[in-house]
Design a protein around this ligand. Structure first.
Ligand SMILES: [Zn+2]
Length: 168
């Protein structure tokens, strides 16, 4: 059994954004659960140690904790292969479940915005998502941007949403 749940409507294959991606192989309706990230809950120090061996394979779930695989054998079944996009089609429902923010057609790459999950210093990535709204540089503090808080309202990881939206 894989550590991460994948909707049977998804498949992993090469992505134009980067490396491998997760794609819809059938139509997905707005609100459907697409992926639920699984793994071990790790501190930052544990995450960094695992990351030295496995590369990035986790997501952040609180200010101090991450979830992801711990061994090479578990990596494939835990990797979501969800690329970042500045015009994503997935958002979060809680901290580990990813849902469709709109209807998704077969063949579309499934993406989320790292601003929805990340709260880290010293995290910076040059974005190649190709969206007209691309931020070019994505950082671990993008959740603080008011434009993104508005754009992704209801789809931020819950620990982040609670920082700026008291009614969540
Ligand atoms: Zn971008």
């Amino acid at each position: 059994m894989d550590l991460t749940y994948f909707s049977p409507k998804t498949e992993k294959r090469d992505s134009a954004i980067e490396g491998r991606g997760l794609f819809a192989k059938a139509a997905i309706a707005a609100g459907e659960t697409v992926v639920v990230k699984g793994g071990y809950v790790m501190t930052l120090a544990q995450r960094d140690k695992v990351g030295d061996v496995l590369g990035p394979s986790e997501i952040q779930i609180t200010d101090d904790l991450f979830i992801g695989p711990a061994t090479a054998a578990e990596r494939e079944g835990a990797m979501m292969h969800l690329n970042h996009s500045c015009a994503p089609n997935l958002g979060l429902n809680g901290q580990i479940a990813f849902v469709a923010m709109r209807d998704i057609q077969p063949g579309e790459e499934l993406t989320f915005d790292y601003a929805m999950t990340d709260n880290e210093e010293d995290l910076e990535m040059r974005c190649k998502c190709g969206a007209q709204t691309c931020r070019t540089i994505v950082t671990g503090k993008d959740w603080k941007r008011l434009d993104l808080q508005k754009k992704y309202k209801g789809y931020f990881s819950l620990y982040l949403a609670k920082k700026f939206d008291p009614i969540t």
